[in-house]
Design a protein around this ligand. Structure first.
Ligand code: 6PG
Length: 469
C-alpha cells in the first residue's frame, strides 16, 4: 500500500467523503483519513474498491500511502482544527509535499500557515470549494491560491473533479498566498447579497401580490428559465413546492425566520470596510441576518407600531417589476463583490484575473448564474475594469431595470415592506453614478469642528478655513 495513492484527504465528513469519491470517480486513487473510525469504514465501504479508495484513522499509514509530492487536502472546520491537523501531519511529511486547505478559512490564517509551512519546505494552498455537499460529489467550483510552481501537481486532479461549464473546468490557479480563500470569502459575501435580495422579493410578492406558495413556485421557476437563471433562484422555486412531512402544509411557512451565519459574509463586509471598498448590499445582508435573530424584540416592536396595509397592486405588474428589480439587485451584488476583489488584489498583491474568477463561478458554486457568463465577458474584454457598472455591456442591463426597481423600492417604503437589500442596491447605484455628491458639506463640517482640512474644486492643494467669525 506504500506510496501508491494519488490524493489524500483529511476530514471524512459529508464534504470530505463526497470530494474524495469524486476524485476516485475521475480515475485517481485516493486515501482518506479521519480520527473517527466509523467515517473511515463508511468511506471504504462506499468506495467499493480499496485499491481505488482507501482510508485509515492512523496519520502515519495515511501519509505513507500517498505518492510524492503528497497532495493532501483538508476538509475540516476552519479555525484551530486546521492548525492541529497541520501539526499532526508535519513530522510525517517530506520536502515538497503539498497541503491544501479546502475549508472556509479566514485569509490571514492562510497567509500565516503558508509562511510557516514554506519555512519547512511544504507548499500550502488555501482553496475555496463551493457547491455544498452535492457540488463536492458531482463537481464543485474550486478557488485555489498558493504556490504557483506546486499547482502543476494539483491541477490535473482539480480540473478533473471540478464542475464543467461548456466543457471548461470551474477551477483556476487564482494567485499567491491567500488569494483562493479571499476569493471564496467574497463569493460568500455575494452569496449573502443574492440570498437577501431573493428573500425580499419573496416578501413583497407574498405581502403585496398575495401570491400563494404555488404561484411563487411557478414565478421563480419561470424566472429561472430566463435571464435570472441561477442556482439560488432554482432552489428557491423548489423550496416553495416542498411539503412539510410533519403537518402536510408548505415547509417554507413552518421555518422560523431567524437566519444563522458562519461568518464569511461578515468577514467580507469587515474587510471591505478595512480596505475602504463600498459593498452596502453585502453589509445589509449581514445586518438583516442579525436583525432576524432578534425575533423576540421584533415581536414586541411589532405590537407597538402601526404598519400600513399594502395598497392593491396588479399582480402581473408586480411580478414583472420584481423580476426586473431582482436582476438589477443581482447585478449590484456582483458589481460590489467584483469591485472588492479588484481593490483587494492590489492591496494584497494577489494579481487576480477577474474574468477568470467570474469564469470559474459559472458552474458548480452557489452563486452560479447566467449573469456570470456576461460578467466573464465584461472582464475578459476589459481586464482592468474597476467596476462592472463601467462596462458598456452592463449599462443597458441596468438602464432597462432601474425604473422598475425605483417603483418597487418606493412601493415598499410607502407600504411598510422592508426592502433593505434592494433599496441599498439602488442607492449604491445612484451614488456610484453621481458626478457630485453632498460630501463637500461633510468636508466643511470636519474642517469646521476639527480643522481636518479640505480640497477644492477649482485648485490643487489642502485648505483650512477659520469658520467662526
Ligand atoms: C458554498 C457555501 C458554503 C456554505 C456557506 C454558508 O459556497 O458552498 O458558501 O461555503 O454553505 O459558508 O454560510 P453561512 O452559514 O454563513 O450562511
Amino acid at each position: 500500500m506504500s506510496n501508491t495513492y494519488d490524493f489524500g484527504l483529511v476530514g471524512l465528513g459529508v464534504m470530505g467523503r463526497n470530494f474524495i469519491l469524486n476524485v476516485a470517480d475521475n480515475g485517481f486513487t485516493a486515501f482518506g483519513n479521519d480520527l473517527d473510525e466509523e467515517k473511515v469504514n463508511a468511506l471504504i465501504e462506499e468506495g467499493g474498491n480499496p485499491e481505488k479508495v482507501n482510508a485509515s484513522k492512523d496519520a502515519a499509514v495515511f501519509v505513507n500511502a500517498l505518492t510524492t509530492p503528497r497532495k493532501i487536502m483538508l476538509l475540516v472546520p476552519a479555525g484551530k482544527i486546521v492548525d492541529a491537523v497541520i501539526e499532526s501531519l508535519l513530522p510525517l511529511l517530506e520536502d515538497g509535499d503539498i497541503i491544501i486547505d479546502g475549508g472556509n478559512s479566514f485569509f490571514t490564517d492562510t497567509d500565516r500557515r503558508e509562511a510557516y509551512l514554506k519555512d519547512k519546505g511544504i507548499h500550502f494552498f488555501g482553496a475555496g470549494v463551493s457547491g455544498g455537499a452535492k457540488g463536492a460529489r458531482l463537481g464543485p467550483s474550486i478557488m485555489p491560491g498558493g504556490s504557483k510552481e506546486a499547482y502543476q501537481y494539483v491541477k490535473p486532479i482539480f480540473e478533473a473533479v471540478a464542475a464543467k461549464y461548456e466543457g471548461e473546468p470551474c477551477v483556476s490557479y487564482l494567485g499567491p498566498k491567500s488569494a483562493g480563500n479571499y476569493v471564496k470569502m467574497v463569493h460568500n459575501g455575494i452569496e449573502y447579497g443574492l440570498m437577501q435580495l431573493t428573500s425580499e422579493i419573496y416578501d413583497i410578492l407574498k405581502k403585496a401580490g398575495k401570491l400563494s406558495n404555488e404561484e411563487l413556485h411557478t414565478t421563480y421557476t419561470s424566472w429561472n428559465a430566463g435571464r435570472l437563471q441561477s442556482f439560488l433562484v432554482e432552489i428557491t422555486s423548489e423550496i416553495f413546492a416542498k411539503k412539510d412531512d410533519l403537518t402536510n402544509g408548505d415547509l417554507v411557512d413552518m421555518i422560523l425566520d431567524k437566519a444563522k451565519q458562519k461568518g464569511t459574509g461578515k468577514w467580507t463586509s469587515q474587510n471591505a470596510m478595512d480596505l475602504g471598498i463600498p459593498v452596502p448590499t453585502i453589509d445589509i445582508a449581514v445586518s438583516m441576518r442579525e436583525i432576524s435573530a432578534l425575533k423576540a424584540e421584533r415581536i414586541l416592536a411589532d405590537e407597538k407600531y402601526d404598519r400600513p396595509s399594502p395598497e392593491e397592486v396588479v399582480k402581473s405588474t408586480l411580478v414583472d417589476r420584481c423580476e426586473q428589480a431582482l436582476y438589477f439587485g443581482f447585478i449590484m451584488a456582483y458589481a460590489q463583490g467584483m469591485h472588492q476583489l479588484a481593490d483587494a488584489s492590489k492591496e494584497y498583491g494577489y494579481e487576480l484575473d477577474l474574468g477568470e474568477i467570474a469564469k470559474i463561478w459559472r458552474a458548480g458554486c452557489i452563486i452560479r448564474a447566467a449573469l456570470l457568463a456576461d460578467i466573464t465577458n465584461a472582464y475578459k474584454a476589459a481586464p482592468g475594469l474597476q467596476n462592472l457598472l463601467l462596462s458598456p455591456a452592463f449599462v443597458s442591463k441596468v438602464q432597462n431595470t432601474v425604473k422598475a426597481t425605483r417603483e418597487l423600492v418606493s412601493y415598499g417604503a410607502t407600504n411598510g415592506i422592508p426592502l433593505p437589500g434592494l433599496s441599498n442596491a439602488l442607492t449604491y447605484f445612484d451614488a456610484y453614478t453621481s458626478r457630485r455628491l453632498p460630501l463637500n458639506l461633510i468636508q466643511a463640517q470636519r474642517d469646521y469642528f476639527g480643522s481636518h482640512t479640505y480640497e477644492r474644486t477649482d485648485r490643487e492643494g489642502i485648505f483650512h478655513t477659520e469658520w467662526e467669525a
